[in-house]
Write a protein that binds this ligand. Structure first.
Ligand code: KG4
Ligand code: ZN
Length: 336
């Protein structure tokens, strides 16, 4: 079964081909990072316009490389939400047109399900599991009972973890998105210099809060001489990274223990963080839990995870009509 996947929920235009016989045959990405960098964050209207410019040429490129015509596909999968509505609509309209022209099934995919199932591109999932979904827009603990059946166990009360990385990076004068820069610099930073807050550490609920971290970083930065020395930036990056990883890990394993699952997973852009992957690997080994980190290329937004998720739905006979709508937000557990 060959499924074309389309992902345009935010600032990356991505198309992929999932082939049930060989796995991910193609995963192409056109990044808009340079476009949005000058604004320090994603500008929704610019993102939609760039998707309009980039998407169809990228689909054509994929089909040419694979020597495929639309009728060779067995279905089209597209992110229906959550995301920026204008950006989603570009992907949705394109996917509908291709599905209609080729007379093939269309599958709308929840972006978070895509992130979670990206783990299945590395190995068959060990379920039930608790998955920590950490991206620029989401920080959630999800109980994955089986493919298609999810329960939200907890989430952030304010900023997402990726947002916390990006805001801290901005205060340090680093480019957008800042997560990968903090990750890189933290390796040269000293762990004992900046002890940044771990909010809600004593709260028994499965919740997160990252908005206070930004204030703590701002105060730390303001107390330093300008221009910031490289070592100062690296030390703060280390403080930020350690604080975020600490609370993410604590909650992930708290949830795993409460639900008695044999496995944990990471998903979303922040799952590419080397410190987080190492910390979760270490703790799961200590507790005898199964954990295999997702491939970094399938952590940040990509269409391979959407094509794969669409494949699961289409193979199970779940299709959408051409009246499929986009949505800005909707919990994964109650979607559909
Ligand atoms: O999943 P994603 O590509 O887009 C959303 O759905 O939001 O996640 C993007 C987020 C950004 O906040 C980015 O800074 C963060 O993931 N990110 C990282 C790393 N790579 C990407 N954060 C920390 N360390 C990384 N290595
Ligand atoms: Zn995402």
């Amino acid at each position: 079964m060959k499924i074309l996947g389309i992902e345009t929920s935010c600032d990356d235009t991505s198309v992929a081909l999932y082939d049930s016989e060989i796995g991910v045959a193609e995963n192409l990405l056109s990044s808009q990072v340079d476009l949005h960098d000058q604004f320090g964050g994603v500008v929704p209207e610019l993102a939609s316009r760039a998707h309009t410019v980039n998407l169809l040429p990228l689909v054509e490129h994929l089909m040419d490389r694979q020597g495929l015509r639309p009728r060779d596909l067995d279905g089209v999968a597209v992110t229906a939400g959550p995301g920026l509505i204008g950006a989603l609509l570009v992907g949705l309209s394109t996917a509908k047109a291709i599905a209609r022209a080729a007379d093939r099934p269309l599958a709308g995919v929840h972006h978070l399900e895509g992130h979670i199932l990206a783990n299945a591109l590395s190995e068959p999932l060990v379920l039930p599991a608790v998955c920590l979904v950490v991206s620029g827009g989401h920080t959630e603990l999800v109980l994955v009972c089986e493919v298609g059946r999810y329960e939200r166990l907890g989430a952030t009360l304010d900023d997402a973890a990726g947002e916390a990385f990006d805001k801290a990076a901005k205060l340090l004068g680093l480019p957008y998105p800042g997560g990968p820069h903090i990750d890189r610099l933290a390796r040269e930073g000293r762990p004992d210099r900046f002890d940044l807050p771990r909010p809600l550490a004593r709260d028994p609920r499965l919740v997160f809060s990252f908005s206070g971290l930004k204030t703590a970083v701002r105060l730390a930065v303001e107390a330093l001489p300008r221009p910031l020395a490289d070592q100062d930036v690296a030390d703060i990056a280390r403080g930020v990274q350690d604080a975020i990883i600490d609370v993410l890990c604590q909650r992930l394993f708290q949830a795993a223990e409460q639900h008695g699952v044999p496995a944990v997973y990471l998903a979303g852009g922040v799952a590419a963080n080397r410190g987080l992957r190492g910390a979760v690997e270490h703790e799961s080994r200590r507790r005898g839990l199964h954990f295999v980190p997702p491939q970094p290329v399938y952590c940040t937004d990509n269409a391979a995870m959407i094509a794969y998720t669409g494949h699961c739905h289409i193979a199970a006979g779940r299709h959408d009509g051409l009246d499929l709508d986009s949505f800005a937000r909707a919990p994964l557990a109650s979607w559909r």
